[in-house]
Design a protein around this ligand. Structure first.
Ligand code: NAP
Length: 276
């Protein structure tokens, strides 16, 4: 993981890197990924619901970078739209990078939250991300190269901070990404989970907690977040926590998890559970 917030070196602005498909590209973190990846030499497919915002971003990036930018309007909480984007990922062999960024959060407690809204959050944050990853992974493995970036959150490891369903959805993204990396690493496909802290975007309006109410020394800009996350990717990280000053803290966390390994599954219960 990374503690770096430095702007990464841009590897050859004119070197064509293939096409990056970015979900949730109409605003916030996704829109900054679109900007940075176009400048790194990727053509883009930008996916979100808001056509006007996508079109304005596509126009700006085409004129500033000369890259080809396609927009796809899709509601990734709706099954038929997810399947449309899956088809694109399966059939467009130019796609070398998928950024699974679209997501929504909530700040309310479990008992304050509406179950239908929580199910919609799971559909977007978990089900769509999983389906799109599957759709992309087969082609990337067949071609022996490519990258999948999954935007998780620090609540993946701190689920008490915000709404529990949101924390659970992001814990899924982290575990899914670590498992994918384990499976795909020797097949030429890079996988990265990014765990942002609080980022100044419209996310907080949707979650029902104005970002202005947070301690401002917790809040990072989307530009700094994406530049740090891409630096983490360049450094070969699987999990990138852009805020964490000392990478050793994450390595200690992972080492503690690994230390459980030999005792996670045994033929008898632990001594403290034995019936007297
Ligand atoms: N901001 C933070 O503090 C923070 C912290 C940790 C993790 N994250 C994660 O970062 C990711 C991006 O969030 P953000 O902060 O950039 O918030 P944002 O500015 O609200 O962006 C969310 C993006 O997702 C798209 N989206 C929302 N619902 C969608 C749907 N049903 N179908 C397709 N696209 C949809 C939105 O576009 P349309 O409305 O046009 O569809 C928008 O482009 C999310 O996964 C979020 O969980 C954010």
């Amino acid at each position: 993981m990374s503690a770096s917030t430095a702007t990464p070196a841009t590897p050859g602005i004119n070197a064509h890197q293939g096409t990056a498909l970015i979900t949730g590209a109409s605003s916030g973190i996704g829109a900054v990924y679109a900007d940075r990846l176009a400048r790194r030499g990727y053509d883009l497919i930008l996916v979100a619901r808001n056509r006007d915002r996508l079109a304005r971003l596509a126009e700006r990036l085409t004129s500033e970078t000369g890259r080809s930018v396609e927009i796809v309007t899709a509601d990734l909480g709706a099954d038929a739209d997810v399947r449309r984007v899956e088809t694109l990922l399966r059939t467009d062999a130019s796609i070398t990078l998928l950024v699974n960024n679209a997501g929504i959060g909530a700040a309310g407690t479990l008992l304050q939250s509406d179950a239908d809204k929580m199910a919609l959050m799971i559909a977007l944050n978990v089900t769509a991300l999983t389906r799109l990853t599957y759709a992309a992974a087969h082609g990337l493995v067949a071609r022996g190269k490519g990258t999948i970036i999954n935007i998780a959150s620090i609540v993946a490891v701190a689920p008490e901070l915000l709404n529990g369903v949101y924390g659970g959805s992001k814990a899924f993204v982290l575990a899914f990404t670590q498992s994918l990396q384990h499976e795909l690493a020797d097949q030429g496909v890079r996988v990265q989970a990014v765990l942002p802290g609080a980022i100044r975007t419209a996310f907080w309006d949707v979650a029902g907690q104005p970002v202005e109410n947070l301690p401002q020394d917790w809040v990072m800009s989307a530009e700094d977040l994406v530049d740090a996350a891409l630096s983490g990717l360049d450094q070969g990280e699987v999990v990138t926590l852009p805020s964490l000053p000392d990478a050793a803290d994450w390595h200690a966390f992972e080492a503690a998890r690994a230390a459980l390994g030999p005792n996670l599954s045994r033929s008898v219960p632990a001594a403290r559970f034995r019936v007297a």
